[in-house]
Design a protein around this ligand. Structure first.
Ligand code: PGA
Length: 251
């Protein structure tokens, strides 16, 4: 049985005072929940705050990006070892916003994946199709191509240390959610591709759904056999909503 995992992706939101209130309320709301795992991926400047508030709790923390380089003249970049220094468990890689707005290719995502694994962090590797691609009937091809970059290159041992997030681009921040059946179909497809590499790893792999997951749809999405939790954007900024989704993961 895979334990469910719910991770908040704060994106570029927050400030010290708001984060303090949000994390305080989330900590109080999830502290009794033991049947699932939880995390928040915060903007870099707030990693220290997340670390000091969440240390010893049942909420892990992480970042939303990292450099594939270990050190050097990369102005503005943040090295994997720096994230590890702040106790990051998770790092989101290949999010569609990184791919679309920052021109991150599959190859860059693969290099970042390796960097995260090397420094002992769990990559949350995102895949997903655009609306056009779904309408063109090429969802599986797109997802397979994004996934293959990691599968071909990382090997089963690394994939075993990974979380995959299926995030249909048309559902991110739009209020449109994939139906449980639509999401389940892609999740099962992802698991079957990983199974070609290693059946045991595929069976243990956590595949999160992301894209307008809210308290009102979280339980039915997470009831599907291959949906092992959620990567939550907008709703992770509202304590009651995030806590409600964390509770739904308990069932
Ligand atoms: P959303 O974002 O929940 O606001 O749709 C999810 C994500 O981009 O990870």
């Amino acid at each position: 049985m895979r334990r469910k995992l719910v991770v908040g992706n704060w994106k570029m939101h927050g400030n010290l005072a708001r984060n303090k209130a949000l994390l305080g309320a989330v900590l109080a709301g999830v502290k009794e929940l033991r049947a699932a795992d939880y995390g928040v991926c915060v903007p870099y400047p707030y990693l220290a705050q997340a670390q000091s508030m969440l240390q010893g709790s049942n909420i892990a923390w992480g970042a939303q990006n990292l450099s594939q380089h270990e050190q050097g003249a990369f102005t503005g970049a943040v090295a994997p070892g720096m994230l590890a220094d702040f106790g990051c468990r998770y790092v989101i890689i290949g999010h569609s916003e990184r791919r679309a707005l920052f021109h991150e290719s599959n190859d860059i995502a693969a290099a970042k994946f390796d960097a995260a694994i090397k420094f002992g962090m769990t990559p949350i590797f995102c895949v997903g199709e655009t609306l056009q691609e779904r309408e063109d009937g090429v969802t599986e091809q797109v997802v397979a191509r994004q996934l293959e970059v990691v599968l071909n290159h990382a090997g089963a041992q690394s994939v075993a240390k990974t979380v995959i997030a299926y995030e249909p681009v048309w559902a991110i921040g739009t209020g449109k959610t994939a139906t449980p059946e639509q999401a389940q179909a892609v999740h099962a497809f992802i698991r079957s591709r990983v199974a070609q590499l290693d059946g045991k790893v595929a069976g243990g792999l956590r595949i999160l759904y992301g894209g307008s997951m809210k308290p009102g749809n979280a339980a039915e999405l997470m009831a599907m056999p291959d949906i092992d939790g959620g990567l939550i954007g907008g709703a992770s900024l509202v304590a009651e909503e995030f806590v409600a989704i964390c509770r739904a993961a308990q069932q």
